[in-house]
Design a protein around this ligand. Structure first.
Ligand SMILES: [Mn+2]
Length: 461
């Protein structure tokens, strides 16, 4: 038991020491625009009003990955509250009402940054540090202190509060917070009397309603993704590899200012169209293939999620068009229902999901005369934002300010026929706004765009 504990402590000490001093040559950073400091400050103030003890949070250290291709991107909740996209930071938010016994010298919040390190900056470029002139105005924090002092501040608080808040460990697949186990071990060491409570749900509730700045970043990500899909419509032809379509789409994103993909591009032709997250991109696209392209850009941290399905040779077969039109009909029926109060839950009888499912299940048949509902094998919708699968529950009512996907699909492996159409939808006071409306969905329009660019295709012989 004690040796286990000792092992833990060693790791923790290493973690926190590295947070301040380790050199990691060549650590790349994402280029991001930020919202105004006041927006991040308002989010922190909303949390401060909910708590009876300090919130203690850590950003990523920059050593979450060992890959040379790793590009630092801040832990999402930390970013949401600070707009700070540099490694090794910490954050304390105090309750709006200080405890009676609390020290009287406390600010309302403290941002902790690594100390200035000129040697490291020769490798990685300039980082913000507590000693920078005007750092408070730049970060929007009344108090910016050296990261190495964070422990002492926490110890100073220990006698005054029964509860301390942080992000407790959860599944990495759900967004991840890889150092949180070490954080919790460390907090239990430093605050042995304290009860640690999870603040994640409160942050995630805020994240579901997008600010005007977030909506601008999302629209940028969406617009670049729409441009990429149009480019794919125009270049698509049999003989190209799936990865070449993806490469063009990524190029359009990157040239337009997207700092990263929202997720690994999915381009699946023929049989691959029926694999939901097919991302190997190895197939040579054949005449007669249907091609699912689920590719979305990230812009200033925010991810679009867009899917179109098109015929490789520019013309849907009658069967491809039949299935395509069923998916499109289901998407339109669901879209009409996406408004405040409605949900997208897979359970229950009157959700937008149920509307899409019922549409699919009552139109068309498989090769055995069976209804098609069984081939709609995933959910209809999820929130997007700092994560392409942003926090939010499909079974809670939609609210104005949410941005969600609308993505019905039919996947029939027996016919090598998968169709998904995915668009991004802002929920408004009265209904919704289709943020990706510019990208054609009708099969006629798609065929027209593809036909107009046949002459640009280089000769194949
Ligand atoms: Mn999606």
């Amino acid at each position: 038991m004690s040796s286990v504990r000792y092992g833990c402590v060693c790791k923790i000490v290493t973690l926190f020491l590295l947070g301040a001093v380790a050199a990691s040559p060549g650590l790349a950073q994402q280029r991001r625009e930020r919202e105004p400091n006041s927006v991040y400050a308002e989010r922190r103030a909303k949390l401060a009003a909910q708590i009876d003890g300090p919130i203690l949070l850590w950003g990523y250290t920059g050593r979450e990955e060992v890959s040379e291709a790793y590009v630092f991107a801040q832990e999402e909740n930390f970013y949401y509250l600070t707009g700070h996209n540099e490694e090794g930071a910490g954050l304390i938010i105090f309750p709006a009402k200080h405890a009676p016994a609390a020290p009287t010298d406390l600010p309302t919040e403290i941002l902790f940054l690594p100390a200035k390190d000129p040697a490291k900056e020769k490798w990685n470029g300039v980082r913000m540090s507590p000693s920078d002139p005007g750092i408070e105005a730049r970060t929007g924090f009344a108090s910016v202190q050296n990261f190495s002092g964070m422990r002492a501040v926490i110890e100073h608080l220990a006698p005054s509060y029964a509860n301390f808040y942080t992000i407790l460990p959860y599944e990495k697949e759900e967004g991840g917070y890889p150092h949180e186990k070490q954080v919790v071990d460390w907090l239990e060491l430093v605050l042995p009397q304290a009860k640690l409570k999870d603040i994640r749900a409160s942050i995630e509730t805020l994240r579901q309603i997008k600010s005007p700045g977030e909506l601008e970043f999302l629209q940028q990500a969406i617009d670049l993704s729409l441009d990429a899909h149009i480019a794919a419509f125009k270049m698509m032809r049999p003989g190209l590899f799936e990865y070449q379509i993806a490469a063009k789409m990524v190029e359009v994103h990157a040239m337009g200012g997207s700092e990263a993909e929202g997720y690994a591009p999915i381009v699946g032709a023929g049989p691959n169209s029926t694999a939901l997250h097919y991302d190997k991109l190895a197939r040579k696209i054949e005449d007669g293939d249907i091609v699912v392209m689920d590719v979305g850009a990230q812009y200033s941290g925010y991810s679009a999620d867009i899917t179109r399905t098109i015929p490789a040779n520019g013309k849907f077969t009658p069967r491809q068009r039949e299935i395509y039109e069923i998916v499109l009909g289901a998407q339109n029926a669901a879209l009409a229902a996406m408004k405040p109060g409605e949900d997208v839950c897979r359970k229950g009888n009157k959700s937008a999901y149920r509307i899409a499912y019922d549409y699919i299940n009552s139109h068309g048949k498989d090769l055995h005369g069976k209804p098609l509902g069984q081939y709609f094998i995933h959910g209809l919708s999820h929130n997007i934002g700092l994560n392409v699968h942003d926090p939010g529950s499909a079974c809670e009512p939609l609210r104005p300010g949410m941005v969600v996907t609308n993505e019905p699909g039919i996947y029939i492996p027996e016919e090598n026929l998968g169709v998904r159409i995915e668009d991004d939808v802002l929920i408004t006071e009265t209904g919704n706004k289709l943020l990706s409306a510019r990208l054609p969905r009708s099969p006629d329009e798609i065929e027209q765009i593809m036909a107009a660019h046949v002459e640009e295709v280089p000769s194949q012989h």
